[in-house]
Every structure is written in structure tokens, then in C-alpha cells.
Design a protein. Structure first.
Length: 328
């Protein structure tokens, strides 16, 4: 989880803020306003236009969204899609290939089957027959972009939950910059991006925390400027059956929730979209594969692992450099 340190003071400038509901959670915007910059109510209109657009295009919880209308199509059909949807399909394809197929945007049938999706009925371990049937409808290879159309050769269903929030934060950040706002912290459903400084001239800071049932303990304080941050974890959304713990994070290759000791991953990246996708990808890979992947691709990642004594943490070399202030 992420906590932002947002306090500050100064003269001639003011810290503006507003928030609201989005994507089943909330968003928060804080920015440093000085002469010539728009008031919070004007900026909020701009931000909520972006949020409404993302909802219309990518929500799996409304049947009239662009992606849900596509999901309802049978195999061997195409649908004209907005450019942002196609952009995220391409990002998903890249992450799927880089993870050897473990990460996949088409896991919605699996999520519904296991009880975590928008059309789910009950959290339970499915039968082998039901799992085999659902897996026939999973796989990025079944998607194809043809001009402005998204096509499928199987009845796959796309779920953008692993990257939509990061994409949205980047869109909001770009709009703030276009409005002349360069000192801000933008957050949506936990993903965030910070730029510039606070009212007292100090940088925006976040505290990375180890998950615990009884309390939250900050482990590392990081200063951010121009960085997006995303945390993916399996320690909140899960169910227990026959003494086993099943989380909402799926390995598309097996069709089952991951069952390893990696509890959460935080990724820091100039693109909040990529931070969002990579945090999920690394969580799926598990402790050993994720560590190797982060080192190979020079990803700033902070890992929280379960151990017999509780939780232990580990930062990738890129994360440690960032933490030491050696680079953004």
C-alpha cells in the first residue's frame, strides 16, 4: 500500500485538492496553484471527463462499455474500438510475450469462474472440467488488431483492470501538464504519479508498507518527481478452501491463482501505465522469476515476501538506486 506525505506550507501559492469516486474506488488530485493556473473546480471538470471516458471505454462493470460490448461478441467477430483501447491491447500483448504468457488481459473467464470477476457467482475452486472449458477462452493470441478494429478468433473476454488505472493516471497527469500545472500528485485506485514539489518546496514522498492484518508499518520513504507508482498484492482479495489460500491474481498459463510466497510488488516507472502492468506481471511470476525479470529489465521494484516469521522485503538494484536518490 502507498501513503502520500502531502503536507506543506508557503506564501504566494496554495495547495489545491479534490477527490471523488472512480472505478469502484477513489481518486485524489493535489496540485500547487499559483497566479494564472485554474481553480480546483475547473481542473476537476477536466479530470472527471477523463475518468468518464475511461469508464465508457474500459469498464467491465457496465454492459454498454466498449470493451464489454466486445466481450459479448462470439468468436470470429470484430468491433471498431477507440484508440486508447487498442493502445492498451498492444501493451497487454507486449507484457504477455515478455512473461511467457503468464500475464494476459483475457483472464476474465477465469476470474468469473473462480469468483473474482464482474460476472462471478461464488468464490470456490472450480471443477477440472469447468476450468478446462474456461481456459479455451483465454489467450492473447486470440486477439488481433485490424486497422481500427479489435478482432477475436475465440470467445475471449478482455479485462483491463491490471493497467487501466495506471493509464488513467498518466492521462490525468498529461492533462494537468497541458493546463500549466507542473507540481502535483495524482492518484486513482491506489496508482499514483507525482511531479514537481509541495508547498514548502520539498518533493512529494510516499511510504512503502508491508501488509499486515493488525497494522501498517512503513518500510521505506521515497521522494518522487516524474514517477508513477503501482502496487499489486494478493493479500486482500482471496478466499480459503480446505486450508488453501486462493488469490485473485492468475497465471494465464495454468488458469489458476498463483500459489507462491510473493505477497506484493511495488513498481516505480516514469509511465504509471507500465508501473501498473509490471507490478501485476511480477506478482504473477513469483519471487524467483520476478527477481530475475526485474534485474534483466532494470525495473525499480520493491518485493514483499511471506516468511515463517512474517514478511520480508527486498528491493531490486534499480529500486535501491532510486531510493538512494541516484536517479529517477
Amino acid at each position: 500500500m502507498l501513503l502520500a506525505a502531502l503536507s506543506g506550507c508557503g506564501t504566494g501559492e496554495s495547495m489545491e485538492s479534490f477527490s471523488g469516486p472512480t472505478m469502484g474506488s477513489t481518486y485524489t488530485i493535489k496540485y500547487l496553484r499559483h497566479s494564472g493556473l485554474p481553480a480546483a473546480r475547473e481542473v476537476q471538470v477536466e479530470v472527471e471527463q477523463i475518468l468518464a471516458e475511461v469508464d465508457r471505454q474500459m469498464s467491465t462493470y457496465r454492459s454498454d462499455s466498449d470493451i464489454e460490448r466486445f466481450n459479448a461478441l462470439p468468436a470470429n467477430r470484430c468491433q471498431v474500438m477507440p484508440a486508447p483501447v487498442l493502445e492498451l491491447i498492444r501493451v497487454g500483448e507486449q507484457l504477455s510475450q515478455q512473461s511467457g504468457g503468464s500475464y494476459d488481459l483475457t483472464v476474465e473467464p477465469l476470474m468469473n469462474l473462480w469468483g473474482f470477476g464482474p460476472q462471478s457467482r461464488e468464490e470456490k475452486v472450480p471443477s477440472a472440467e469447468a476450468l478446462a472449458t474456461a481456459r479455451q477462452r483465454v489467450g492473447h493470441q486470440h486477439l488481433r488488431i485490424d486497422g481500427e478494429q479489435l478482432c477475436k478468433d475465440a470467445a475471449v473476454e478482455v479485462d483491463f483492470n491490471s493497467i487501466a488505472a495506471g493509464y488513467t493516471v498518466d492521462r490525468i497527469a498529461a492533462r494537468l501538464e497541458a493546463l500549466g500545472i507542473h507540481d502535483y500528485l495524482a492518484q486513482a485506485t491506489g496508482e499514483l504519479k507525482a511531479s514537481g514539489h509541495k508547498l514548502d518546496g520539498s518533493p512529494w514522498k510516499i511510504a512503502l508498507e508491508v501488509p499486515r492484518d493488525d497494522q501498517q508499518t512503513a518500510q521505506r520513504i521515497l521522494a518522487l518527481d516524474g514517477q508513477g507508482v503501482s502496487t499489486s498484492g494478493d493479500y486482500r482479495n482471496y478466499f480459503l478452501q480446505d486450508g488453501r489460500r486462493f488469490s485473485h491474481t492468475f497465471d494465464a498459463r495454468t488458469g489458476e491463482p498463483v500459489l507462491h510466497t510473493l505477497a506484493s510488488v511495488t513498481v516505480i516507472n516514469p509511465s504509471t501505465l507500465m508501473a501498473d502492468g509490471l507490478s501485476t506481471l511480477l506478482l504473477i511470476l513469483g519471487p524467483e522469476r520476478a527477481w530475475d525479470y526485474a534485474q534483466t529489465h532494470d525495473i525499480a521494484a520493491f518485493f514483499v515476501l511471506r516468511a515463517d516469521t512474517g514478511f520480508v522485503t527486498r528491493g531490486s538494484p534499480a529500486f535501491e538506486r532510486l531510493s538512494a536518490g541516484e536517479g529517477k
